[in-house]
Design a binder for this molecule. Sequence first.
Ligand SMILES: [Zn+2]
Length: 82
Amino acid sequence: MKCPICNNELLEGGIIVDDVACGWVPMEQFKKKGIKRLMYTGMRTIGESSILLNQTKIPNAYFCKNCNKIMGIFDVTNDLDD
Ligand SMILES: [Zn+2]
């Protein structure tokens, strides 16, 4: 896959989150500060979590050495009614 910014070849890999769930939240949730960060609504989780290892692995992340950026095409792994 090519970098959409500089068109260099991207290095294929994945993201490891070394604790519980990882996911995307809408901007108003993402901007929360202080104690409000204990609770997010509307999170789209990505990756597969292992409770045993306390770790989440997220496939399909690509690294561009040229831009020093990581980009991904992440499958949403939960289901929200919207
Ligand atoms: Zn690039």
